[in-house]
Design a protein around this ligand. Structure first.
Ligand SMILES: O=C(CO)[C@@H](O)[C@H](O)COP(=O)(O)O
Ligand SMILES: [Fe+2]
Length: 222
């Protein structure tokens, strides 16, 4: 199984993003949380910041849009060169249409599900996506506790991906630490977002520890 560790720069030093990106060069992608203070009650940054991060980052960008009206904004992030652009299922009327636009531009298309959002309506759409993000906290803030009650949903998505023979990455985001990452790996996740857990310590060491903890619990079938 491939394990991807995507540190979230939400937990980095906002005054030193270029330096912080250098500290996570051993990670797979850098997770960039875009919040608009409408879809979630918090505000981060937008497209101009991502365009600049794209220019200086040693690793590809994994953009997580926690915004209303992703139809309007998501393609711009793909055009900026983000490797993946993930929008929330709860915020979009035509997820397939938006995913196709993102793929046409050349980005991986992702769909995110809040903890209370069922996966079932989206399972038949899986071929349209490159990744599914199962939120393991309520979106909006870093530093929250992992919600194990989201694992049955992750397992159902993993089963559907496997049954359809698809190469769809399964991502978890929120409260991922060396103590919780194994639970998500065992339930079928292969891509792990971690903010506080990476930046609270020495990022390179934390990334290695998370990778090792995930790999030792990984799903046997994947
Ligand atoms: O999308 C979000 C929060 O809404 C995340 O990407 C957080 O940035 C994860 O932070 P930690 O829970 O790992 O501290
Ligand atoms: Fe995120």
């Amino acid at each position: 199984m491939t394990t991807r560790i995507n540190p979230s720069i939400l937990a980095a030093d906002f005054a030193n993003f270029e330096r912080e990106l250098g500290r996570i060069a051993t990670a797979d992608l850098v997770h960039v949380d875009i919040m608009d203070n409408h879809f979630v009650p918090n505000l981060t940054f937008g497209l101009p910041m991502v365009e600049r991060l794209q220019q200086v980052s040693p690793i590809p960008l994994d953009v997580h849009l926690m915004i209303d009206d992703p139809d309007r904004w998501a393609p711009g992030y793909a055009e900026a060169g983000a490797a993946s652009v993930t929008f929330h299922a709860e915020a979009v009327a035509d997820p397939v249409g938006l995913a196709r636009r993102l793929r046409e531009i050349g980005a991986r298309a992702g769909i995110a599900l809040k903890p209370g959002t069922a996966a079932e309506p989206y399972l038949e759409l899986l071929p349209e996506f490159d990744q599914v993000l199962v939120m393991t906290v309520e979106p909006g803030f870093g530093g929250q506790s992992f919600m194990p009650e989201t694992m049955p949903k992750l397992r159902r998505v993993a089963d559907a991906v496997r049954a359809a023979g698809l190469d769809v990455w399964l991502q978890v985001d929120g409260g991922v630490t060396v103590d919780t990452i194994g639970i998500a790996a065992e339930a079928g996740a292969d891509t792990f977002v971690a903010g506080s857990a990476v930046f609270r310590g020495v990022p390179e060491e934390q990334i290695a520890a998370l990778r090792a903890a995930a790999s030792s619990h990984g799903h046997a079938h994947r």
